[in-house]
Ligand binder design. Structure first.
Ligand code: AMP
Ligand code: TRP
Length: 336
């Protein structure tokens, strides 16, 4: 038996932050040896909210290079750009026609994003989770490693797969593989530096709310110096009154590789004045190797292009196969 498949992706909107890194990509890197992995840069998703055509291509390169810089290994994983494999758009259309509208209207992320945008909400924003389902189902993915915020979209993906099989296949011969989420407990929800009750997000208007993987050391220090804390003495995890404290200690643990217990023993007596420089230094050190590797990759455009060209070919072979199976089940006349 071959290895199980993994698929995941990140949007090329701005650069990655610690939430993306600790919630998603670290997990990809940790598990990659045990699976056959496909990691895409989901550029079709990036235009579901107003975007800048002048930066989309460059942002796509940035995310692909960051995948590599964070430790995605081409011996185990394929890196590709979503829009390079046209089967994603095509399967999204086919799945649109079997997905009930009210399943999409229920999506929390849609409601949140639509609220932020007011009048100007596109059909694409509503349809975003169906495209995501297409991404996953095209690769017959067994597992989908994502942060906690994507759980509802994965449940929808499962529901769409099950509905398709119910309508167009038999239980003995399902056409679409039903995937499982893979959400790790630690790091699944990294919170904002300016509000410990909200998740760290690319779309937060304040850059001070997040640490980006490519932030220079001075900026990281500044952001941590300014981040929200509280006036209570000592540091602790899991006090609902102290969301910022929980988040910052959690970040320290994840970035230093220390367990919760070790962090508590080291930090419980500390004040913020002592803890913040420690967190800054740890963050800068953890990101340094990623930043160096990133620069090397970005300086070698030919290499990056070849990674994406090869990725497209590998991804396309698998995706086209699944698409053909789905079209056959739907009764399409095959091209001659
Ligand atoms: P996005 O930036 O929305 O394309 O998200 C890419 C990946 O990062 C997804 O797997 C998300 O679940 C994950 N992610 C985004 N923000 C956070 C966060 N604040 N904490 C943990 N994971 C996150
Ligand atoms: N919606 C995901 C996010 O914002 C990104 C994404 C698109 C994705 N397609 C995917 C994640 C397929 C996993 C699998 O985080």
């Amino acid at each position: 038996m071959g290895k199980q498949r993994v698929l995941s992706g990140v949007q090329p909107t701005g650069n990655l932050h610690l939430g993306n890194y600790l919630g998603a990509i670290c997990n990809w890197v940790e598990i990659q040896e045990n699976y056959e992995n496909f990691f895409c840069v989901v550029d079709l998703h990036a235009i579901t909210v107003p975007h800048n055509p002048k930066t989309l291509a460059q942002d796509t390169y940035t995310i692909a290079a960051l995948y590599l810089a964070c430790g995605i290994d081409l011996n185990h994983s394929t890196i590709f750009v979503q829009s390079h494999v046209t089967a994603h758009s095509e399967l999204a259309w086919l799945l649109n026609c079997i997905t009930p509208l009210n399943w999409l209207e229920r999506m929390i992320q849609f409601k949140e994003k639509a609220l932020k945008q007011g009048e100007n909400v596109s059909v694409g924003l509503l349809d975003y989770p169906v495209l995501m389902a297409a991404d996953i189902l095209l690769y017959d993915a067994d597992r989908v490693p994502v942060g906690e915020d994507q759980k509802q979209h994965l449940e929808l993906t499962r529901d769409i797969a099950i509905r398709f099989n119910d309508q167009f296949a038999t239980p003995e011969n399902p056409v679409i593989k039903v995937p499982d989420p893979l959400i790790r407990t630690e790091g699944a929800r990294v919170m904002s530096l300016t509000d410990g009750t909200r998740k760290m997000s690319k779309s937060d208007p304040s850059d001070l709310s997040r640490i980006n993987l490519l932030d220079p050391p001075e900026l990281i220090e500044k952001k941590i110096k300014r981040c929200k804390t509280d006036p209570i003495r000592g540091l602790e995890f899991d006090n609902p009154e102290r969301p910022e404290c929980n988040n910052l200690l959690g970040l320290y643990g994840l970035l230093s590789g220390k367990t919760k217990q070790e962090v508590i023993e080291e930090c419980q007596e500390m004040g913020w004045g002592k803890f913040k420089p420690l967190l800054s230094e740890t963050t800068v050190e953890a990101l340094k190797p990623i930043q160096i590797k990133y620069q090397e990759i970005m300086d070698d455009q030919d290499y990056l292009n070849s990674v994406l060209r090869e990725g497209k070919e590998k991804a396309e072979t698998v995706a086209n196969h699944t698409l053909a199976r789905v079209k056959e089940a739907l009764g399409y006349l095959a091209p001659f």
